[in-house]
Design a protein around this ligand. Structure first.
Ligand SMILES: [Zn+2]
Ligand SMILES: [Zn+2]
Length: 452
């Protein structure tokens, strides 16, 4: 029966081979057009705009705030000494910011194609189409929440015996989510929990079944589930657009059209990617930009408050500097956190997806008000697995300090001056030994003995 179907399908293909081929060609052309990186001028446009904004800020601040003070004009914010002091502070902060900006704009983040050789395309023996690759890189395989026929994570007697759960009796009757009883429908509450790909995986008989992994085999339904993608396997690191196996932590940037080492994000303000080799300058630039904007904003606000005369140009700079204070401070805080966790903007999506799913699992396990029970369950999971951002991070070095120094350098001056290269060259990474050789997070009992 299947053979017959296959035969007729092949005949059909032969008949329409020309049409098929033409359609395929046009699809390829369309895909290519889509993949085209941004033109150079568009990429660098924001750099010109940024420089123009800074130049205008210098003009307004010096010409309309410092000079009147130095000239001892009437209505100026302060006297000559204050004016000179403001001018010096403003120029030092501004020049430090521009220095760091120049470094982050002109230093290449490190392009993978300069360091690896092209290799033939791997044979991908899964149902997952090639286009899935980049997505898979980002977040890991969609979290395999449950296989078909598994129990929803509602309290059961078995869980109670495992010490995972408060006994059922502690929960008020009829407080099951979705109104199901614990011993009722085995599919209860799981319809929205299965991601599309996991569903396809279940439907595909030759695909590895999600419930075959260690965590699910172990028994308790309510244990932590982690992504089971072998992220380190070469075929999962293959860049299909450029034709090589990406170095560890490298990712393809669609805007630049190339793979970038320790890719963090594409930053339009600097007109290129933030990656391994300019990340340190990026953070230093954010530090000086924040100080520069804070200084400019607060002194101009003080001036406007004192003089009482509204100066439209100063108001423009106040608004702009306020916007950039908010923007750079939030960026700086989030990147300091990422560095201390030794993760990147892209990689942090993965741990975020684990956390999001865990939140949903906990919501099914416990009623909404059982905050303490949720905390205990989470603690139990952390004991079994380690923490998501630490032991669960493939690149975790062991401490915040070690992570920070691996990017920013060991000396405090290196954290503020845009001199010298980052210790991180984007090529030499050692995966966390709490993961298996293919990059899957393992539970504590499977870690090397000295780490347990
Ligand atoms: Zn690439
Ligand atoms: Zn880019």
């Amino acid at each position: 029966m299947a053979q017959h179907a296959e035969k007729s399908r092949r005949q059909e293909l032969n008949c329409c081979a020309v049409m098929e081929e033409a359609a395929m060609r046009s699809r390829e052309r369309r895909a290519k057009r889509k993949q085209k990186p941004m033109p150079w001028i568009v990429l660098k446009l924001a750099v010109g705009i940024t420089i123009a904004i800074v130049a205008y800020t210098f003009y307004v601040y010096i010409g309309r705030l410092c000079v009147p003070m130095i000239r001892r004009d009437e209505g100026a914010l302060g006297g000559r000494a204050t004016g000179i002091g403001f001018l010096v502070v403003f120029c030092v902060l501004g020049l430090m910011m521009l220095w760091a900006y120049e470094k982050v704009v002109l230093t290449s983040p490190g392009l993978a194609r300069d360091f690896v050789k092209k290799t033939p395309e791997p044979v991908v023996n899964t149902f997952v189409p090639a286009w899935w690759d980049s997505q898979r890189d980002l977040t890991g395989m969609p979290y395999q929440y449950m296989g078909q026929g598994e129990q929803p994570p509602e309290p059961t007697a078995a869980d109670h015996e495992d010490g995972l759960q408060p006994p059922n009796g502690h929960q008020p009757n009829g407080h099951q989510p979705n109104g199901h009883q614990a011993d009722g429908d085995a599919q209860a509450g799981m319809t929205d929990a299965i991601p599309a790909v996991a569903q396809a995986r279940v439907a595909k008989p030759d695909a590895p079944a999600p419930q075959q992994n260690g965590s699910a085999r172990k028994g308790p339904q309510n244990s932590r589930r982690v992504p089971e993608t072998a992220v380190l396997r070469p075929e999962n690191r293959y860049c299909w657009k450029e034709g090589f196996v990406k170095p560890l932590r490298a990712h393809h940037c669609a805007a630049c059209g190339t793979c970038v080492l320790r890719y963090d994000h594409h930053c339009p303000w600097i007109g290129q990617c933030v990656g391994a080799r300019n990340y340190k300058y990026f953070v230093i630039f954010l530090e000086w930009a924040l100080l520069f904007c804070l200084w400019t904003f607060s002194t101009l606000v003080a001036d406007q408050a004192k003089s009482g005369r509204v100066d439209a140009q100063k108001i423009v700079i106040i608004v702009l500097s306020f916007f950039f204070v908010v923007f750079t401070s939030s960026l700086l805080v989030s990147h300091m956190r990422l560095i201390m966790l030794n993760t990147t903007t892209v990689e942090s999506l993965r741990s975020q997806s684990i956390r999001d799913r865990e939140k949903r699992v906990l919501a099914r396990m416990h009623p909404w008000y059982a905050v303490g029970a949720k905390r205990r369950t989470r603690k139990q999971w952390d004991q079994e697995w380690g923490r998501i951002d630490h032991e669960g991070n493939l690149w975790w070095f062991g401490s915040y300090r070690a992570n920070w120094e691996s990017v920013m350098g060991s000396y405090a001056w290196q954290w503020f001056l845009p001199i010298g290269q980052s210790p991180d060259d984007g090529l030499s990474y050692i995966p966390n030994p709490r993961h298996d050789p293919e990059g899957r997070w393992r539970p504590r009992r499977e870690w090397p003995a000295k780490l347990q």
